[in-house]
Design a protein around this ligand. Structure first.
Ligand code: 6PG
Length: 231
């Protein structure tokens, strides 16, 4: 499981390094094929990174397409909404055309929302898979909204987008990419901050259990993951 590993000694360096790595991979996609499809996860760790990224003047933002790796089943203006997170941070400054934003429509009933989102992603990815996705990891080892143990559907190619349910968080119903499309992205960047993340990450690396317990393992197996840490 080869991956690039980055260790920051302070919050400031962590945000700087993380923003720089995103900038580099976005620019690389734009230089090689004229566009970048960027998938974003939610959570608290990426907030300052998305905010700093949005202020990057050197990116041709009109060539960047955004989608969500996962979303909570809440209205788009809800404090727990990942769409809201992205709008309040990255999109506050980055002039990305609204036609380039592909978000799940959480005002629809969840199954309808998922079908519509899967169709929109298939359309977005018709020529290219995502260039870059951002990821986190929960203290229980979940990544995106793929909560262990993963279902057969989450591990298979049957669905691009799934409905998952968790009892560990206030917002139980989630909309998430399945594991394979995440692992297929050109670059996957994990943002991990704090001691609990260090513990769980090391537990995963030492564990003999597979991706049903540790979905990040399949992503690391792609050989294209970058792990940015502050711990
Ligand atoms: C989400 C996520 C989720 C997140 C981890 C880590 O929307 O909640 O995509 O997988 O990345 O739970 O979250 P923190 O950064 O808040 O620790």
């Amino acid at each position: 499981m080869t991956h690039e590993f980055m260790e920051a000694a302070s919050e400031e360096v962590f945000v700087e390094q993380s923003t720089a790595v995103l900038r580099k991979h976005i620019a690389r996609a734009i230089a090689s094929r004229g566009a970048c499809i960027l998938g974003l996860s939610g959570g608290s760790t990426p907030r300052p990174i998305y905010e700093a990224l949005g202020k990057e003047k050197g990116i041709d933002w009109a060539r960047v397409w955004i989608f969500l790796v996962d979303e909570r089943s809440v209205p788009p203006d809800h404090p727990e909404s990942n769409q809201r997170l992205v709008r309040e941070t990255l999109l506050k400054n980055a002039p990305i055309p609204k036609e380039n934003l592909v978000f799940p429509d959480t005002t629809l009933p969840i199954e309808e929302c998922i079908q519509k989102y899967a169709r929109a992603l298939r359309n977005l990815w018709k020529d290219y898979l995502p260039d870059v996705v951002t990821l986190g990891m929960g203290d229980d080892g979940h990544t995106a909204s793929l909560f262990p143990p993963l279902s057969d559907d989450a591990l298979s190619d049957r669905f691009l987008v799934l409905h998952t349910i968790t009892d560990r968080f206030a917002i139980r119903d989630r909309i998430t990419l399945a594991l394979n499309p995440i692992a297929a992205a050109g670059t996957q960047i994990f943002f991990l901050k704090g001691n609990e993340k260090k513990k769980v990450w090391e537990e995963m690396l030492a564990s003999a259990e597979d991706e049903r317990r540790w979905p990040a393992k399949r992503i690391l197996q792609s050989g294209r993951a970058i792990v940015a840490t502050l711990w």
